[in-house]
Design a protein. Sequence first.
Length: 191
Amino acid sequence: WKQYFHPFSVGDLIIKPTWEEYTDEMKDHLVINIDPGTAFGTGSHETTQLVIRQLQKYCKKGDKVLDVGCGSGILSVVAIMLGAESALGTDLDPNAIIATKENAEVNKIENGRIEVIEGNIIDDKAVQDKAGYECYDIVCANILADVLEPLSEEITRHMKHGAIFMTSGIIDMKEEEVVNKFRENPELEIL
């Protein structure tokens, strides 16, 4: 798969595999180095790019970001590179935890600015408590509809008042179902 993964741009960012060299075309861009390992998230998938574009639009200096289903950590890394103060990633896959830590390191992100927790924030009280409550300015979840639906009931407990929840990964035939589930939560406004 590495032979097919080459640098590409998303808005003003360039996503570059760690094994590719820097080029002159990259010098005027913010470059995100990514090696997904065996975790999900090269940044090339349309759903990931959608969330990256939303981060470019809404993420501001000092934000605290929660990345649910962090995979390779690409969304956490992008958020920090765009000025977020910190990011917390959660994932069920231990390989995602490793990949996120490695991608934070390869992008020279200071120790502690990206934290990761292995576990399920939807129903694991220990993960919920460790993540904290009412403390995130932005929550990202580029995950499947079947995970987003139960997440809709939990996620607002972790968001500050006025926070933004960015989600993607929903196939067309599940869109209405997910939107209706999120509409059930009076603390969320769908834009």
